[in-house]
Design a protein around this ligand. Structure first.
Ligand code: NAD
Length: 494
């Protein structure tokens, strides 16, 4: 039965004021939930309430240990509903249950981590250069907005909510229109954990309307955005007009390098996981595999065998490795890229056609797809596809390899497979990406900053320094003079 979802706006659980719409389960296109989209008036109401709530003693007056205790309770609240949340996340975007369990675990860990950061973050007393004591204190930035995509909602939303709450901010969420569920559930858990009314609101709906209004709102002091590069660019331009800081976690076209001395068992497993897990709907998908010519044929043979053996199917089953894509329109976009790859002269080695029969006819499935024979300058190798499409590219000259890896608009992540530590470090230093994985891929730690270079964005999420992104610095000078300041030439009355 389809569930009706209310959302949290300005401290009230209610329908947003815009039209009703429904979300669907990508496995069989069945309706999952109905809810109302927010309006520009809802944005204003949520932001005004957030501004009022953040200044009240119930939030502004909390000591860091008290805020940290709330974050610990949110982590516990997520863990208490672990399996339920993993299943809800699966229904929202069709990711396999093993992956959504990982996302829920990471969200709980994120709140636990930022509880520790909140309690241990220190301000500075700066060195004394005159008759004063100088110090630089951090204060909450104010009301901040979070705009998130559909591919890993709970993880991406926790990465924004946890540091924002740790810093003492209020946060208004604009989740992806098609995957609003996790932000709503996080708000519910946060409320039960003691976050006061108004501090968190969740506004589902269209980015061009709700997201845009949130970015433009004069009381919103920061936007934490994860999504596509063109939307991120638009947000950056609007933010510039307000002198508003933004963090932009954007797209990618990540290269993976397989060296001649790589352990091929590891490299093949890592490349398959890097591109085909999450059905390739991952910003860090390793979509360009540069394989040394001396091992190219063997690598290709093993990658193709591995790709054909991947279990594409029902995301509720623990054995499933790839679920459906998120929507029919997204699959159509991937199909256009596959056709483009063929038009550009690429050879399709496996996949490239919708699977047929049974569950495959109802859901938005697409198989692991591998191309070869394309140059790094082909559009299939340059543009983000956000699907299970891998291009194999042979290499033999290291200088040319690095030039090709870096000759891309994106700079999110890269992978290197080699047994030689010097090669790994040399290549790692030469790659213009925010993350470099060496003999592993797509592993994450909340304590390690994440973000991109070039059109993959700016700013970093995760890591203890990221709490400061939600704070502003204020400097204080405390006079310690025994006499009046000499400039006015006044006699002391003492
Ligand atoms: P998207 O940019 O279309 O949407 C992201 C969010 O922005 C959604 O909530 C959307 O409603 C909102 N939005 C759209 N237009 C807006 C506007 N004019 N103003 C304000 N908000 C607006 O991206 P998507 O299709 O949901 O997600 C896929 C993209 O996200 C891919 O490019 C992927 O690489 C990227 N992504 C990046 C990371 C990262 O950490 N770098 C992680 C996950 C996804």
């Amino acid at each position: 039965m389809t569930e009706h979802l209310k959302t949290l706006i300005a401290g009230q659980w209610r329908d947003a004021s815009g039209p009703q719409y429904s979300t669907e389960y990508p496995f069989d296109a069945s309706a999952v939930a109905t809810l109302h989209a927010a309006t520009v008036a809802d944005v204003d109401e949520a932001v005004q309430a957030a501004q009022a709530a953040r200044l009240k003693p119930g939030w502004a007056g909390l000591k860091v240990n008290e805020r940290a205790a709330i974050l610990h309770r949110i982590a516990a609240g997520i863990r208490a509903r672990f399996e339920e949340l993993a299943q809800l996340q699966r229904l929202d975007n069709g990711k396999p249950i093993t992956e959504t369990r990982g996302l829920v675990a990471s969200a709980a860990g994120t709140f636990q981590y930022f509880a520790a950061v909140c309690e241990t973050f220190e301000d500075a007393v700066t060195p004394q250069r005159g008759d004063y004591l100088s110090m630089s204190l951090h204060e909450p930035l104010g009301v901040v907005g979070a705009i998130t995509p559909w591919n890993s909602p709970i993880a991406s939303e926790a990465q924004k909510m946890a540091p924002a709450l740790a810093a003492g901010c209020a946060m208004v969420f604009k989740p992806a229109e098609i995957t609003p569920r996790m932000a709503i559930e996080l708000a519910r858990i946060a409320e039960a954990a003691g976050v006061p009314p108004g501090i968190i609101s969740v506004l589902p709906g269209k980015g061009s309307l709700v997201g845009d209004a949130l970015v433009r709102h004069p009381l919103v002091k920061r936007i934490a955005f994860t999504g596509g590069t063109s939307v991120g660019l638009g947000i950056a331009k609007l933010a510039a007009e307000k002198f508003m800081p933004v963090s932009l976690e954007l797209g990618g076209k990540s290269p993976t390098i397989v060296c001649a001395d790589a352990d091929l068992d590891h490299a093949v497993a890592g490349v398959l996981y890097g591109i085909f897990s999450s059905s390739g709907e991952s910003c860090i998908a390793g979509s360009r595999a540069f394989v040394h010519a001396s091992v190219y044929d063997e690598f290709k043979r093993r990658v193709l065998a591995g790709a054909r053996a991947l279990r594409v199917g029902d995301p509720s089953l623990a054995a499933t490795q790839m679920g459906p894509l998120v929507s029919g329109s997204h699959r159509a976009g991937i199909e256009r890229y596959v056709q483009l790859g063929l038009d550009e002269g690429g050879q399709l080695l496996t996949g490239g056609r919708r699977p047929k029969g049974g569950i495959y006819d109802a859901g938005y499935f697409y198989p692991p797809t591998v191309f070869e024979g394309l140059g790094n300058d082909a559009r299939l190798c340059r543009e983000e596809i956000f699907g299970p499409v891998l291009a194999l590219l042979p290499w033999s000259d290291e200088t040319d390899l690095i030039a090709q890896c870096n000759d891309n608009d994106y700079g999110l992540a890269s992978g290197i497979w080699t047994r030689d530590y010097k090669t790994a470090l040399r290549l790692g230093r030469a790659l213009d990406t925010g993350t470099v994985w060496i003999n592993t891929y797509k592993v994450f730690s909340i304590s390690t900053p994440f973000g991109g270079t070039k059109q993959s964005g700016m700013g970093r999420e995760k890591g203890k320094a990221s709490i400061a992104e939600y704070m502003t610095q204020k400097s204080y000078y405390w006079g310690t003079n025994e006499s009046p300041m000499p400039w006015a030439g006044l006699e002391t009355t003492k």
